[in-house]
Design a protein around this ligand. Structure first.
Ligand SMILES: Cc1ncc(COP(=O)(O)O)c(C=O)c1O
Length: 466
């Protein structure tokens, strides 16, 4: 654990909270918590409070810092950019934007065997909005399918394809509300089936909607569907790190293809090796038509997001100049951070593909140990470093949100111990019942830190399940 000594602390934690309470909007997510936590430093896998107590971080800025806090290579690239061309109107070109588009498009081409192009914007929600524009531009229709439990951002249009009504409740619609399809969440099958005998009921149920015009979405005479794209996270992020069964997306894509429906994959949270593959959809052997990215593409340094689309959807005569734009859409600092991240990906892709599954297995062994020790651990699972602990009552099934909330609060007190040293644990939750601890370590987490994570989770469960 590294000590962060060179902090520049101007005001106490209590003052930070008092000023925020009076002068900052409460409309963001800080005040979900009654007593928001203040942090003063970060490094590698750790956050540090103002007393320099280290907190092992298992959420990494909601999966935005896959390459570790304060990754020196990326910092150096950003500093170099700040000293050369930190600002540039987006109507002009600069070398790193072209180099980044080329690197990303080539890395994607290698995986999907498709020529495509990259379009940039500044955040995950904006990238999804732009992807929706591509769909509308190409198909001249507004309707989209999306998953129950999916999350695509909180701008007005992306809340229309995010299933939670609470995000739209006060703001109405600025786009057509998606047709929400049940996600194949096998531990709690939305159709009440059992995995070994379901016979892929969920995907068949989706296909049945095209059997007759009276199912309300399809005209068999014209072969036109009211919904021209399906926007989907390959693994639910905010929905609780739920991974679909291996066969799911392939079967879904076959149905979509046969009715001319595009697949838009949202890799904002699960991309950038979170699941042991550069893009999570690679785990399902499916090629999307459009794919959005954000978060770890800059390792959380400066906002940059965007999408890749197959050439036919984004060719210059189709998605014409000015179709989507923001003053910050290819800001040079974000672009340079992303360029460095993609260079790391090019250099280390083989190592990631070997190391992440090995370390993931070590993590899973620890999670299975916790499951065998605590009745309140109903299920554990995930792929790569997108792991989850589903907390339940002692029956192993009824969701236990209180325990999930309590574990997060207790971890932030910073009074756990590891190897005789005081420390804390930063966790995040998700899931349909907010009872899932989502485990999102940095990709370079060491074996020792994985053992530490299991030990700290064990300490929390021990304290809170007595
Ligand atoms: C899958 C997914 N899509 C989109 C978003 C929205 O990204 P942003 O918060 O950068 O707007 C998020 C954010 O958590 C996400 O997890």
């Amino acid at each position: 654990m590294v000590c962060v000594n060179e902090k520049n602390i101007l005001i106490s934690d209590e003052e930070v909270k008092a000023i925020d309470a009076d002068w900052s909007s409460w409309g963001d997510t800080v005040h979900y918590s009654k007593d928001p936590k203040v942090f003063a430093g970060c490094d590698g896998s750790y956050m540090y409070d103002s007393n320099d107590t280290p907190y092992l971080d298992l959420q990494m800025m909601y999966s935005s810092c896959n390459f570790g806090y304060k990754n020196q290579r990326i910092i150096n690239a950003v500093i170099d950019q700040m000293n050369t061309l930190p600002q540039l109107t987006p109507k002009f070109l600069q070398q790193y934007k072209s180099l980044l588009s080329y690197k990303m498009a080539k890395l994607i081409e290698k995986r999907f065997h498709e020529k495509g192009r990259i379009h940039f914007n500044v955040g995950g929600a904006q990238a999804n909005e732009d992807a929706i524009k591509v769909v509308r531009n190409y198909t001249h229709r507004n309707g989209l399918f999306a998953f129950q439990g999916g999350y695509h951002g909180r701008t007005i249009a992306t809340t229309c394809v995010t299933s939670s009504f609470r995000y739209r409740e006060k703001y109405g619609h600025f786009g057509d509300r998606a047709n929400f399809v049940p996600f194949p969440y096998c531990f709690r099958c939305p159709y009440g089936m059992k995995c070994d005998s379901c016979n892929h009921f969920c995907v068949k149920q989706f296909a049945r909607q095209f059997e007759s015009e009276y199912k309300a979405i399809y005209d068999p005479k014209t072969k036109e569907c009211e919904y021209k794209a399906f926007i989907a996270e390959p693994i639910l992020g905010t929905g609780g790190y739920i991974d679909a069964p291996k066969w799911y997306f392939k079967e879904l894509k076959e149905i979509l293809d046969s009715y001319g429906i595009m697949l838009v994959i949202d890799e904002v949270q699960m991309g950038m090796y979170r699941t042991g593959k550069l893009w999570a959809i690679e785990n399902y052997d499916v090629v999307p038509d459009i794919m959005t990215f954000a978060k770890s593409v800059t390792n959380g340094m400066n906002p940059l997001a965007g999408f890749w689309a197959k050439e036919k959807f984004i060719a210059p005569d189709v998605f014409k100049p000015g179709s989507a734009h923001s003053t910050y859409c290819s800001n040079p600092i974000g672009v340079r951070a992303a360029h460095e991240v993609m260079t790391i990906v090019e250099e280390e892709q083989n190592d990631f593909e070997v190391e992440i599954p090995k370390k993931s297995q070590r993590f899973m062994n620890g999670l299975n140990y916790l499951k065998s020790k605590y009745k309140q651990v109903g299920d554990v699972g995930g792929i790569g470093f997108a792991l989850r602990i589903e907390l339940t009552q002692e029956d192993g099934y009824t969701p236990n949100r209180d325990l999930c909330d309590a574990m997060q609060e207790e971890g932030l007190k910073g009074n756990l111990t590891y190897n005789g040293k005081k420390c804390g644990l930063v966790l995040n939750n998700g899931g349909f019942y907010k009872n899932i601890i989502t485990l999102v370590p940095q990709l370079y987490i060491t074996n020792e830190e994985i053992d530490m994570a299991i030990d700290l989770l064990d300490q929390l469960l021990g304290r809170l399940t007595k």
